[in-house]
Structures are given as structure tokens and as C-alpha cells.
Ligand binder design. Structure first.
Ligand SMILES: Cc1ncc(COP(=O)(O)O)c(C=O)c1O
Length: 393
């Protein structure tokens, strides 16, 4: 039976990690893997998480099963950060914990499919796993160009996709810090997108994996909130793996927003999400979400976390400002990176130029031209700009 399987190509970024590890040049630069790094190149456990983990060790009395919805204390404590002061929008929102943002995206798409969605509109390029999940579920992907050549969002394309969609279609949007382009919608764009979704009745699914890594926790939620204020129903997939540095602990949440006064619909949708979760992973891993719950319920620990998030954001902003200041490097204009957000930007470089950067300069990045902004430090940024000028000039 196994002979029927076709070999799958390995994850390109994982292959890049191996190549980088084998490179003996001391000044090699890793811009590939999507994790935050400090100015010293580390991805440390947050101090707030260390504290909360210690508290968990000291106080947790049982590791007995929770339900498919996971740690509801965590799910609820997160809601004011995502949805604002009226965190349930008058009882219209319910959520559950998921294994990372990936679990949340998977659940969102599977539940939308169960509710009849067959086609999903999505701006490309996008996080590569979006397409893998869409394909695995057998959904039809209707792609539109997300980015314009000048490094800004292609609003006309997203509006055309929404307005041209059939009733029952869905649209997947990145809430902030678009991966891989760093290109977010402006407040006016979000308004127009929300209006178009409300007019056509297309179903919005918003994937927020980097809240707080762009312009600030509140600012990064503004687009999502503006859409939710205009539409009757939506799904939200959320990851805590970047903004709490929990990557391998797999902490995420999935939220359902139903129409006003539709509490029965909300309960029914929630029961279906529960059933899908039960059939997929039964229940999410507890540890990371329990630690985050402790942080969010404790003022002092919350302050420590907020401070760490501020430091991450300002470091990435500093790198972006230096890149933008450099202007044109060879054939690449770095100026747009100054107004983009989050961990990633995508450079207009060819695959051959990416190979030259790696072989001749020890700079590792995805073949798509995506760079991890946090892989750059004040020590290696000039080398990177020079190398880019060299291979693209
Ligand atoms: C846009 C987007 N959504 C979801 C995820 C999933 O995050 P997690 O690691 O929590 O599964 C990522 C992670 O890279 C992402 O970039």
C-alpha cells in the first residue's frame, strides 16, 4: 500500500536550516527561519513565561484531561486584547484553545467547509501552510495578488476578489504583520474591505499570528476589529507562538463570531468546532496556554510581558528604519520596508540572486525572497545591505 504514496518535497526552510548549520563561516547570517531573534541572535524564553512556568510547577495540582476546548481561562483572558473592551461583542463571540495558530487555521477552514464553504479567496503570496491546509481539505483556492510592486497592498485586487465572489465563498485575511510581505492594510483599506465583505455576504476568516509585533497590541488589532464591526459572522485564528515566544509549545486560539441575537447559532457552530477538534487532536496541549493564562491574570506578570513585546517591536522597527534609510541597494529599493510591519518582508530578488547571497556572502534566506527582519542586527545589517547591492547591482 505504501508504494502508492508519492514523495513530498521537504519543507524548504527546514532544508535551509541544515545548510546554515553546516556553514562554517563565522559571519554567516540566517534570515530564513520565522522566529524572533534578539540583537545577540538568540530566541530566548520570555521572562514572563519563565515566571509563569515556575508558578505552574509550584501550583498545578493535576494534569488530568481538559475538554477539546482546552484552557478556557486562557481563551477568555486573551479576548480583550484581540477584540477590545467589549471582548465578546455582546455575547456574539466564543472561542477555544488550539494547537498553535496552525490548529486554529485548520479548524477555521474545516468548520467553514462543514458549513458549506467550497472556495476560499486569499491574497498571495501568503504563509505557505495556508495553501497546504486549503489543498488538504480539498477547498478551491481563488488567489489574488496581495502586493503591488511598490511594496504596498493591492487594495483593488482584494476588493475585486470580494466583490466578484459567490455567496458562500470565504476570504482569508492576515490580521496584521502579513507573512511573507510585511504589507498590512491601512485603516481606510480595512474599512473598505469590511464594507465590501458586508455587501457581498462573503465569509471572513482572519488569521492573526503576530499581534503586537507590528505597531502595538491595540494598533495591530484595529483592522480585525473594524471588519468585525461591519459583518454578521466571522472566524478568527490566533497564534500566541510569536508574541509570547512559545513556538514549540503550540499555543493558539480559534474564535467564532455569530450574528446579533444568534446565540443558538453560536452554540451550534461551537459544538461543531468542538467535534472537529476532538476528531483531529482531541484536545490541545495544555502547558503553554496555562502559562499564558497565569500571565494575563496577573498585573505584574502582564507588565513584564508587555515590556518584552515592546522591546521586540522596537528592535524590529530599528532594523526596518536602517534598511529604509539605506534606500536603493543595487537593484532593490529597501525604502518600502520602513513602512511594512512585523517579522517579515519579501525582497524582489531572483532565485539565482538568493543562491549567490548564500554561496558568496553566507546570507541565508527563503528562495521566495522572504527575509526575517529579526535575523538582522546592528552588527550584520551593513554586510547584508552590501551583499544585496553586490548580487542585484
Ligand atoms: C500567517 C500565519 N498564520 C499562522 C501561523 C501559525 O503559527 P503557529 O506556529 O502558532 O502554528 C503562522 C506561523 O508562521 C503564520 O505566519
Amino acid at each position: 500500500m505504501l508504494n502508492r504514496l508519492e514523495a513530498q518535497s521537504p519543507d524548504a526552510l527546514l532544508a535551509l536550516i541544515k545548510l546554515h548549520a553546516a556553514d562554517e563561516r563565522p559571519d554567516k547570517v540566517d534570515l530564513g527561519v520565522g522566529v524572533y531573534r534578539t540583537g545577540q541572535g538568540d530566541t530566548p524564553v520570555f521572562a514572563a513565561i519563565k515566571r509563569a512556568e515556575q508558578a505552574l510547577v509550584d501550583t498545578q495540582e493535576s494534569k488530568s484531561y481538559l475538554g477539546p476546548e482546552g484552557d478556557m481561562g486562557f481563551v477568555n483572558a486573551l479576548m480583550p486584547y484581540i477584540f477590545g473592551t467589549d471582548a465578546t461583542m455582546g455575547g456574539r463571540i466564543s472561542g477555544m484553545q488550539t494547537p498553535g495558530g496552525t490548529g486554529a487555521v485548520r479548524l477555521a477552514l474545516a468548520l467553514a467547509q462543514r458549513a458549506g464553504m467550497e472556495r476560499l479567496h486569499m491574497g498571495t503570496p501568503s504563509w505557505p501552510n495556508h495553501k497546504q491546509i486549503i489543498d488538504d481539505l480539498g477547498l478551491e483556492l481563488a488567489a489574488f495578488g496581495h502586493a503591488k510592486a511598490d511594496g504596498t497592498a493591492n487594495l483593488d485586487a482584494v476588493l475585486a476578489a470580494i466583490r466578484g465572489a459567490a455567496p458562500g465563498d470565504g476570504v482569508l485575511l492576515h490580521g496584521c504583520c502579513h507573512n511573507p510581505t510585511g504589507i498590512d492594510y491601512a485603516a481606510d483599506d480595512w474599512d473598505a474591505i469590511g464594507d465590501a465583505i458586508a455587501e457581498t455576504g462573503i465569509f471572513p476568516i482572519i488569521d492573526t499570528a503576530y499581534q503586537g509585533l507590528g505597531e502595538g497590541l491595540e494598533e495591530d488589532a484595529a483592522g480585525l476589529r473594524s471588519v468585525l464591526a461591519k459583518v454578521p459572522e466571522a472566524f478568527i485564528a490566533y497564534s500566541c507562538d510569536k508574541n509570547f515566544g512559545m513556538y514549540r509549545d503550540r499555543v493558539g486560539a480559534f474564535y467564532i463570531m455569530a450574528g446579533e441575537g444568534e446565540s443558538e447559532t453560536l452554540n451550534t457552530a461551537f459544538s461543531n468546532a468542538n467535534a472537529l477538534a476532538r476528531a483531529s487532536w482531541s484536545m490541545p496541549p495544555d502547558h503553554g496556554a496555562a502559562a499564558i493564562r497565569l500571565i494575563l491574570r496577573d498585573r505584574a506578570m502582564t507588565e513584564v510581558w508587555l515590556d518584552e513585546l515592546d522591546q521586540m517591536r522596537s528592535r524590529m522597527r530599528q532594523v526596518r528604519e536602517r534598511l529604509a534609510e539605506a534606500g536603493v541597494a543595487g537593484g532593490v529599493d529597501l525604502a518600502p520596508l520602513g513602512s511594512q510591519n512585523g517579522l517579515f518582508s519579501t525582497l524582489p530578488v531572483t532565485k539565482e540572486q538568493v543562491v549567490r547571497l548564500r554561496e558568496e556572502h553566507g546570507i541565508y534566506m527563503a528562495g521566495s525572497g522572504r527575509i526575517n527582519i529579526a535575523g538582522l542586527t546592528m552588527d550584520n545589517i551593513e554586510k547584508f545591505i552590501g551583499a544585496l547591492a553586490d548580487v542585484t547591482g
